[in-house]
Design a protein. Structure first.
Length: 314
């Protein structure tokens, strides 16, 4: 942990200086994933096909691993509430039409989107995934659930060509979250993001064409010029630090243990990276906020970022 401790010492002053701005940028929404009902009622599982329920013993279910069932259920319920918040409050005028909701890096379809598709049959959903094996499982799950409003798209998320209204990205490592957000901003679409493995961004900062630390479900090939990522993401944070310092920031953000100095700075670093992402959207004319999965035990990676075009940018 020596490198992390040294990085913490170098960044500590800047983190303290930016703390008030980070607090304002993040716009924490304490009830984003909680909802107004009891924890057990956040998602009406009775209306979800049995094959898509976390405790299912069918393909994609977790009946074989009971310890994970509650955690998965909490994650799905939290993201359903967060997505419902964005839809109800900020896309309300669009609900008279048919929405297109996209799940970037969907894997085998074990995210919340298939459950939402069952609950919102009047809207269209697309699973975007570069791994053909995962999509093969997803197709079987869609068929077994008789979902008529879900399709799959095989390829690099940066090259997804269709228009859409809301993008979801759940635990896409490193740059994957930024690619999904960039695609949403490019389309003027709302987003619900659950970032993961922030330290993996270091591979991009070190000059790699893509994140070496994750599988091909983020990028299968080089993206178009329009979605090449630069860090920091926002003009605001670019005025505060150079990419070399940002590299230290992302390395520090994945620190889960060690000295009090490094672990405290790691938490502040994560919040700054989230603020950078949200400010990137705000600079593009978005309203933004963040929250936590509920309960926090749902996942160690429990931050949720949301954004939607403001009234003048829709």
């Amino acid at each position: 942990h020596r490198r992390q401790t040294r990085a913490a010492e170098c960044l500590n002053e800047l983190l303290e200086t930016l703390a008030p701005q980070v607090l304002a940028c993040r716009h924490f929404l304490s009830d984003l994933c909680v909802g107004h009902g009891s924890q057990e009622m956040r998602l009406d599982w009775a209306r979800v096909p049995a094959s898509l329920q976390p405790w299912s013993d069918e393909l994609g279910g977790l009946a074989h691993d009971p310890r994970r069932v509650d955690h998965k259920r909490w994650q799905l319920e939290s993201l359903f509430v967060a997505l419902s918040y964005v839809l109800a409050h900020h896309l309300a005028q669009m609900l008279t039409g048919k929405l297109h909701i996209v799940d970037f890096g969907s894997g085998s379809g074990n995210s919340v989107v298939l459950a939402i598709a069952a609950l919102l049959p009047s809207h269209n959903f697309t699973l975007v995934e570069a791994c053909e094996n995962d999509l093969s499982i997803a197709r079987r799950r869609i068929a077994s659930s008789a979902l008529q409003n879900v399709k799959v798209w095989h390829g690099d998320l940066a090259n997804f060509p269709e228009t859409f209204d809301l993008g979801l990205a759940t635990h896409l490592c490193g740059e994957g979250t930024d690619l999904a957000q960039a695609k949403c901003i490019e389309q003027g679409a709302a987003f619900v993001l659950t970032p993961c493995c922030l330290g993996m961004i270091k591979h991009v900062l070190e000059g790699c064409s893509r994140n070496r630390g994750v599988s091909a479900n983020i990028r299968s090939k080089l993206p178009g010029e329009g979605l090449r990522l630069s860090y920091p993401r926002s003009d605001w944070l670019q005025r505060q630090m150079e990419p070399d310092l940002y590299l230290q920031l992302v390395r520090l953000s994945d620190c889960n243990s060690g000295s009090d100095a490094s672990s405290g700075a790691a938490a502040a670093s994560k919040q700054l990276i989230d603020a950078d992402r949200l400010m990137r959207a705000a600079e593009a004319g978005y309203e933004t906020g963040c929250g936590k999965l509920y309960p926090l035990e749902a996942s160690a990676k429990n931050d949720v970022l949301v954004g939607w075009p403001s009234g003048n940018n829709r």
